[in-house]
Write a protein that binds this ligand. Structure first.
Ligand code: GCB
Length: 599
């Protein structure tokens, strides 16, 4: 059976048990677990919640910063066989996992931010308890995405050295589902939407693991049938369609069924459907044919204690705060988020730029600063690791698009964050990845990638691959900060004048700009790190952006303060949040709220 990334659901044919809870865990610093048979039971385990990032749960520093192999294990009971397949679905294991069921290898996965599903039907024992063991590894290198390196300290222990600016949270960070699905099952589907006046045409494709008849139906929000069709592909027409709009998110339900030769239903998969189109045309981003200006945030999955674990409560608070500031969009910087984020955005009418974890593609522990100051160039894309890196990039791009393609909230895919783009090998590296992404998305959504400060017109080689250009720019912070804010504005305008010459029909969206701000700090006149300066810096940036029509979006950096690696550039994390890590507003939140009310 081919892998199915469809979100789990329960009905007459499908069910699941959540395996979340307290699991056993053990570090394996000498990578001896397999040799010693740990897949048959951990010798000295301690308990660890799943899902969660393990780091901030510990009080001991060597455990918080642990880097290398580590194991999780739990057991589950499976009732008597009922002829359905048994699947084990991990929402994410960071960064790589090998899974054993009852001591036998069930499969492995590379990539810490997308789900993987293993068919374990032949490995489980019915009417008995079964053991799942997972060997995880969280090391960074230059073939994994995100990129980084692993340092060995003098005592022989390993330390992750990310080439990116967020903590290397790891573990089983998302839910684990034990699923039952029919042997002949719906595995995947996609939809493409065209609007014809007031009507919408939804063409679909369904992938199943058998040859029986497939049917498709669309129901409105009250559950009334509005259209139906037969076949693994077909077209459904919705007359007088109610469109999915920003902050006014009408959702239909699309239901696929497999029907056997006796007319009996063999499988059913229902999903939400938002009817909307997205395209870039005439220098604008169009949603349902009308221009939309993107207002919002670059975010992180990041919170006290739980690290990168998804929390319904924190996510709901984040949506409430984003709505309160009149935002309409966020970027899943710098990796695909838990699927629940997208389901909430579908319902709230938020727009998402969905980003693959291709971050750290420059050999530098402080690339955000290095590239700005000296125009640092590490020839990252000329190394012999690049072929393997590109394969990983490709498979994670595929998993992200396959997982997220049916969300109305997803309006664009971002293929990179701040790689070195200043020489031809970068262009050669990215061209096939953009082509591949285009071939995967039947909705033909815009593609983009966030460009680093030294990726400027004349130097950059990759902007042309993008349907809209995303810029990360820190004028007033890394470039000409504090007393030189006036010069920062002039330099910013000069750069924008250069983009104007080459961007005739291609919009620019700012995907990052901002200033570190310590929530307790106030000073008049404003100085860097004080709340007053964050406002001044944003006001300057907005003045410049408002002078150029081809700017079609502003996503500030960052929604909230977040955890990073320790270092002299960070005060227990990055403090560019508009909100604190506890989700309370800094002064800049009021500035944004006011601006975005009318923008
Ligand atoms: C960037 C990176 C982001 C950093 C940010 C910063 O350019 O894309 O990951 O956190 O700068 O605050 O330096």
């Amino acid at each position: 059976m081919e892998q199915t990334l469809l979100y789990p659901c329960v009905n007459a044919h499908r069910n699941f048990t959540l395996l979340d809870g307290l699991w056993n865990m053990q570090f394996d610093p000498r990578s001896e677990g397999i040799r010693e048979g740990w897949q048959n039971g951990l010798p000295e385990p301690f308990s660890m919640p799943v899902p969660a990032s393990f780091a901030d749960i510990f009080t001991e520093k060597e455990k918080r910063d642990y880097c290398g192999d580590f194991w999780y294990e739990t057991t589950f009971y499976l009732a008597e066989d009922d002829a359905r397949d048994v699947l084990l679905r991990f929402g994410s294991v960071t960064h790589r996992a090998e899974v054993f069921v009852n001591g036998i290898s069930a499969g492995s996965h590379e990539g810490g931010f997308t789900p993987f599903v293993l068919n374990i039907t032949d490995l489980v024992r019915f009417g008995r308890r079964n053991r799942i063991s997972v060997r995880v590894n969280n090391e960074l290198n230059e073939t994994s995405i995100p990129c980084g390196t692993t340092k060995v300290r003098s005592d022989g222990t390993k330390l992750a050295r990310p080439y990116f600016d967020f903590f290397n949270y790891s573990g089983i960070q998302r839910s684990v589902h034990l699923m039952r699905i029919p042997e002949e099952a719906i595995l995947d589907y996609d939809t493409k939407i065209t609007l014809n006046g007031k009507d919408a045409c939804i063409s679909y494709n369904v992938l199943t693991s058998g040859g029986h008849t497939v049917t498709a139906e669309i129901l409105d929000a009250r559950g009334s049938l509005v259209s139906d069709c037969e076949g693994t592909s077909g077209e459904l027409t919705v007359r007088d369609a109610r469109l999915w709009e920003v902050r006014d998110a009408y959702l239909y339900t699309i239901v696929f069924r497999i029907v056997d030769e006796n007319g009996n239903e063999a499988d059913k998969y229902p999903a939400q459907l938002g009817i909307r189109t997205v395209e870039v045309k005439g220098g604008k981003i169009l949603l349902n044919g009308r221009p939309v200006y993107l207002k919002g945030y670059g975010k992180h999955e990041d919170f006290e204690v739980i690290g990168r674990q998804f929390s319904w409560a924190v996510a709901k608070r984040d949506f409430e705060l984003m709505k309160w500031t009149n935002a309409n969009c966020f970027r899943t910087s710098h990796y695909p988020y838990a699927e629940e984020w997208y389901r909430m955005a579908d319902e709230e009418g938020f727009l998402i730029i969905d980003e693959v974890p291709a971050v750290g593609m420059m050999r530098s522990l402080m690339n955000f600063a290095d590239a700005g100051v000296g125009g640092k160039d590490t020839r990252f894309f000329t190394a012999d690791t690049v072929k393997q890196l590109q394969e990983n990039h490709r498979s994670q791009l595929e998993e992200m698009i396959v997982r997220d393609k049916n969300h109305p909230s997803v309006i664009a895919f971002s293929i990179f964050n701040e790689p070195e783009t200043t020489y031809p090998e970068a262009r050669e590296y990215f061209t096939p990845l953009f082509e591949y992404a285009r071939s995967l998305d039947v909705q033909e959504r815009p593609l983009t990638g966030a460009l680093l400060v030294n990726s400027t017109p004349g130097k950059d080689t990759c902007a042309e691959l993008c349907d809209f250009i995303s810029l990360n720019r820190y004028y007033g912070w890394y470039i000409l900060g504090g007393p030189e804010l006036g010069d920062a504005e002039a330099a910013f305008r000069r750069e924008m004048d250069d983009w104007k010459k080459i961007c005739a029909d291609r919009p620019i969206v700012f995907t990052e700009f901002g200033a570190d701000t310590y929530a307790g700090e106030h000073k008049l006149p404003g100085v860097m790190w004080a709340q007053e300066y964050q406002n001044e810096c944003y006001e300057m940036n907005f003045r410049v952006m408002d002078s150029y029509d081809f700017v079609q979006g502003e996503l500030v950096w960052n929604f909230a303060d977040f955890q990073t690696t320790e270092g002299i550039m960070r005060v227990n994390g990055n403090k560019k949040g508009i909100f604190t890590r506890n989700r309370q507003p800094k002064d800049a939140a009021f500035l944004l709220k006011k601006r975005w009310e009318t923008k």
